[in-house]
Design a protein around this ligand. Structure first.
Ligand code: AMP
Length: 171
């Protein structure tokens, strides 16, 4: 875990003053550690019968798509407003540094499918609350939420008490 943490770079005051941005690009540039992260996620969810990995724009796509490949299940994207071409359902959400809307294609999850949500980082939890609501609206079953990084001091877990949360490194 220390090796993973060493490749996560703190960028103070990005994208606005007071936020310490966790930059994962050094980790992604390291082939062994990128592999390691995917292996940890794969081991954790190998036996959970996941039907669908849902990746959150945009860094959730990086880990989510590779994990879906490893778990041999489908991959669904949740995007910011106006990016998805087909009919969507939509939810607003608050970020550590702002607020926005998220969308999912209305036919992307079938009722009863076992869904794993993946993102790079859990901060206040606002993003993930919106995504769990989108999936529940499509009658998917949220089996877990997986993050590379958890900013535990922001207590995102408290907003997501009903769900199983897994994170690889915590701050
Ligand atoms: P939240 O909804 O507060 O849990 O924010 C989570 C989303 O915002 C994730 O998609 C993260 O990529 C991004 N995010 C929030 N805070 C940070 C941070 N300090 N460093 C990097 N990304 C962040």
């Amino acid at each position: 875990m220390d090796a993973i943490k060493e490749k996560i770079r703190d960028i103070p005051d990005f994208p606005k003053k007071g936020i310490v941005f966790k930059d994962i690009t050094p980790l992604l540039n390291d082939p062994k550690l990128f592999h390691k992260v995917i292996d940890i996620f794969t081991e954790r969810y190998r036996n959970e019968n996941i039907d669908r990995v849902v990746g959150i724009e945009s860094r959730g796509f990086i880990f989510g798509a590779v994990l879906a490949y490893k778990l041999e299940c489908g991959f669904t994207i949740v995007r910011k407003t106006g990016k998805l071409p087909y009919r969507t359902i939509k939810k607003s959400y608050d970020l550590e540094y702002g607020s926005d809307h998220l969308e999912i294609h209305e036919d992307s999850i079938r009722p009863g499918q076992r869904v794993l949500i993946v993102d790079d980082l859990l901060a206040t939890g606002g993003t993930c609350v919106a995504v769990t609501e989108l999936i529940q609206q499509l009658q998917g079953k949220v089996v877990g939420l997986a993050f590379l990084i958890e900013l535990a001091f922001l207590k995102g877990r408290e907003k997501l008490k009903a769900h199983n949360i897994f994170s690889i490194v915590q701050y």
